[in-house]
Design a binder for this molecule. Sequence first.
Ligand code: ADP
Length: 352
Amino acid sequence: MYSARVLALLLAASISIVTALFLSLVNDVAVKAIIVAGIISFSVSYILIFVVLEYLIFGEINKIYKMMDKLQKVELGEFAIKKTNHLNPLKKINEEIHTFAALKQKEIDELKKLETFRKEFVADVSHELKTPIFAAQGFVHTLLDGAVNDKNVRTKFLKKAAKSLDGLDALVQDLLTLSQIETGDIKMKFENIDLYNLCLEAIDQFEQRAKAKGIEIQVAKPEKMIIVHADWLRITQVITNLVSNALKYSNENGQVTIRFEVGKKSVTTFVTDNGEGIPKAHLDRIFERFYRVDKSRSRERGGTGLGLAIVKHILEGHKSKAEVQSVPGHGSTFSFKLPLAKLDSRSTESSA
Ligand code: ADP
C-alpha cells in the first residue's frame, strides 16, 4: 500500500511538473493559472494513479501473495522466507520465486543423491548375493558331475554348499532387518530394562562358539542395578552383533569383556576384545553397509558386512551412536551410551 502511494506521488508530481512546464511555454498564461493547473493535474493524476495501482494491480498482487503465504507455510517448511519488512508486493513475489526455486533445487539434489545411493545399494546387494549363490552352485554342479560318487568329496562339498547357503540366509536376514529399521517398519518399544541381565541373556547364545575357540566372555557385574530406558530386543541385537564380531575377529584363547560406566544421566557400555584390531584408516568406515577391513576374512568367518550398520541404525533410534577404539594386533573396544531410566518413565512406542 505504501509503495502504491509513493509511486502515485512520484508519477503525479512528474505529470504536474510537465503540465506546468508546458503551460509556462504558452504565451499569456498567468503564473497563478500555471500553479493552479499544476495543483489540479497533480491531485487528479495522484488519485487516478493511486486507485489504479492500489486496487487494480497491487491489490490483486497482495491477494495472490496472501494465498502464497498460506501455501508456503504448508509446503516450504524450513524454506519459508523470514517475514521481511518489504511492503512492496513485487519484491515479495520476487522473494517467493527465489525461495521456491531454492526449495525445488534442494529437492532435485536430494533425489539425485537418493538415486545414486539406490544404484550403489542395488549393485552392492547383487554382488553380495552373487558370492554365496555362485559358491553353492559350483559345489552342487561339481557333485552332479560325478564327485557325488566319492564319499569323502561328497561330504566335504555338501558341507561347503551348506556353509554358503547359511551365509546367504544370514545376509538376507540382515538385509531385511536393516531395511525394516530404515523404513520404520520396526517400531522401537521403549521400556525400563535391566542392562546387566540383558547382556547376560545376549551372550548365552555364544557359549558354544566361545568354548570352541577357547575364548572367555565376561560381563562385569555393576555395583548397583542399571536400569535404562531402551528397547530390549534391539539393544540385545546391538550386544549380539558386537560380541559376535569380538568372537569373529579374536584369536584362539582370547578374552571378550562387557563392562559399564555409570554417569549421572546415562550409562556407557563397553564391549572389548583382545583380537586382531582395526587399522586407523578403516575406523570411520566400518559402520557403513558392506564395508569390511578384509572382505574374504569376513566372509570366511560368516560375516555379512551389515552387523555394524544395523548397530548404528538401532542406536540412532535410541538417539545414541556407537564409538570405536582399536589398536591393530591388540584389540578393539566398541561403546555406546544409553539414558538411565527416570523413575516415572513409562513404556512408550516410537518409530526407529
Ligand atoms: P562383518 O559381518 O563383516 O563382521 P560388520 O558390519 O559387523 O560386518 O563389521 C564391519 C567390519 O568391521 C568387519 O568386516 C571387520 O573388518 C571390522 N570389525 C568389526 N568388529 C571388529 C572387531 N571386534 N575386531 C576387528 N575388526 C572388527
